[in-house]
Design a protein around this ligand. Structure first.
Ligand code: PLP
Length: 380
C-alpha cells in the first residue's frame, strides 16, 4: 500500500526525532516544578532547560518566555493581558486573535492579504488612548507574510504595543525581534515538530503581561497552573531541532514553487493565492474553480494525499474563509480553495504525488462538467 502523503503541516506537523523520548523521560519524573525537594528541582531544571531552547528560537532571553497551553492561549494572554483596552488587529488574523476580545477594530488587507498600513495609521491616529496592535507574521491559510516591521514602526509612533502571532512562521523564517520591533510574539510547539497543547508568549524586554488564567504564581505570575512539564520538554527539543534544520526550508520553497508552476501549466483555471508576494516557504493556497474544496480534500484523501480546505484549525467544519473574503476573493473561487502545506518531513516526491492526484481529479471534474480532457495533462 502507498504510504500516506501528508501535506497538511500548517494544521500540525509530525513530532521531530527525540521529542517523544524526551517527553517520556519527563513523564517518568514525578516532581512538580514548584516543589522544593529533589524531584521538584529536577522538574524545574527540565522546564528551564526547555525555556532556554525556546528563547533561542525567537531571539529572546529565557525570562521573556511564558509557557502556555498553545498558540491560542498565548494570543489571548498577549491581547487581554497587556492592559490595553483598544485592540486593533488585521482582518486576516487567526480566530484566536480575532476572538480574543469582543470588539477588535479590523485593519483591511489588499488582494494579496497584506495589511493596509495607511489605514492602520489612520486608525491609530483616531484612537484617544494607546492601543495594542496584533498582526500575524505569516497567514495560516495562504502563507502570506505581513510587513510586521513596518506595522511596528507605525504603531510605536502612536504609543501602541505590538503583538505578532508567529505561530505559523516560527522556525520557517528567522525571527529577529530587533528587526521586527514587536513587543510580544506567540509561538506553538505543534507547528514546529513539538507536541500539541503547549506554546509560549514571548514578552520582550520589560513588557508586563497580567495573567488571564489566575490562581497560582507560576511563570512569574504571568500564567497560573502547574506547568505541562512533558509538553514543555518536547517543545524545547523541537525548538532546538528546528533551529538546526533551518537550511531545509529553501529546498522546500523550491519544491513548492515547482508544484505551483506545474499545476498552472497543466490545468487551466487554477489559481494560486498570494503567488507574487512574500510567503512562507511551505504553503500553497490553490483554487480549482468548479471543484468544491471539501470534495477535493475527500478525493485527495482517497488517493492517499492529505491536505486541507482553508484553515483546519477549528472543528473540521468548513465555513467561508474569512481570509479569502478579506482579500476580496469571489465566493465561488474561495469555495474551491485548498491549502497544501509542506514541512520538515516532506520530500519532493510528495509534491509529485499531490500533482498526479490533483490533475486526475481535475480531469474528472472537467468531464463531469462536460468539457472533455484538459489540453495538457501533468507529467512530472
Ligand atoms: N495562530 C495561527 C496563525 C495558527 O495557525 C494557529 C493554529 O493553527 C493558532 C494561532 C493556534 O495555535 P494552537 O493550535 O497552538 O492553539
Amino acid at each position: 500500500m502507498e504510504p500516506v502523503t501528508y501535506l497538511d503541516h500548517n494544521a500540525t506537523t509530525p513530532i521531530r526525532p527525540g521529542v517523544a523520548e524526551a517527553m517520556a523521560s519527563a513523564m517518568a519524573c514525578a516532581g512538580n516544578p514548584s516543589s522544593v525537594h529533589r524531584s521538584g528541582r529536577a522538574a524545574r531544571r527540565m522546564v528551564e532547560d526547555a525555556r532556554e531552547r525556546v528563547a533561542a528560537l525567537v531571539g529572546a532571553s529565557p525570562a521573556n518566555v511564558v509557557f502556555t497551553s498553545g498558540g491560542t492561549e498565548a494570543n489571548h494572554l498577549a491581547i487581554r493581558g497587556c492592559g490595553r483596552r483598544h485592540v486593533i488587529v488585521s482582518a486576516v488574523e487567526h480566530p484566536s486573535v480575532l476572538k480574543a476580545t469582543d470588539t477588535p477594530k479590523l485593519v483591511p488587507v489588499d488582494g494579496d492579504g497584506i495589511v493596509d498600513l495607511a489605514e492602520l495609521e489612520a486608525m491609530l491616529a483616531r484612537d484617544e488612548t494607546p492601543a495594542v496592535v496584533s498582526v500575524m507574521l505569516a497567514n495560516n491559510e495562504t502563507g502570506v507574510l505581513q510587513p510586521v516591521a513596518a506595522v511596528a514602526e507605525i504603531a510605536r509612533r502612536y504609543g501602541a504595543l505590538v503583538h505578532c502571532d508567529a505561530v505559523q512562521a516560527a522556525a520557517k523564517v528567522a525571527i529577529d525581534p530587533k528587526n521586527l520591533g514587536v513587543h510580544m510574539i506567540s509561538v506553538s510547539a505543534h507547528k514546529l515538530g513539538g507536541p500539541t497543547g503547549v506554546g509560549a508568549l514571548i514578552a520582550y524586554g520589560d513588557i508586563q503581561v497580567s495573567a488571564v488564567a489566575c490562581g497560582g504564581g507560576q511563570e512569574r505570575g504571568r500564567r497560573a497552573g502547574t506547568e505541562n512539564v512533558p509538553g514543555i520538554v518536547g517543545f524545547g527539543v523541537a525548538a532546538e531541532a528546528a533551529v538546526d534544520d533551518a537550511a531545509k526550508w529553501s529546498r522546500i520553497a523550491a519544491w513548492r514553487d515547482t508544484l505551483e508552476r506545474r499545476a498552472l501549466r497543466a490545468m487551466c483555471g487554477v489559481h494560486v493565492f498570494g503567488a507574487h508576494v512574500n510567503r512562507l516557504p511551505n504553503t500553497s493556497c490553490l483554487a480549482m474553480p468548479g471543484a468544491d474544496s471539501e470534495i477535493q480534500v475527500m478525493m485527495l484523501d482517497l488517493a492517499g494525499v492529505e491536505v486541507s480546505a482553508g484553515s483546519a484549525c477549528s472543528s473540521g467544519t468548513v465555513t467561508r474563509s474569512h481570509v479569502l473574503a478579506a482579500m476580496g476573493v469571489a465566493e465561488d473561487l474561495a469555495r474551491s480553495a485548498i491549502r497544501v502545506s509542506l514541512g520538515w518531513t516532506s520530500e519532493e516526491r510528495d509534491t509529485e504525488r499531490f500533482l498526479n492526484a490533483w490533475c486526475a481529479m481535475h480531469e474528472r471534474t472537467l468531464q463531469g462538467q462536460g468539457q472533455g480532457s484538459p489540453s495538457e495533462s501533468y507529467a512530472a
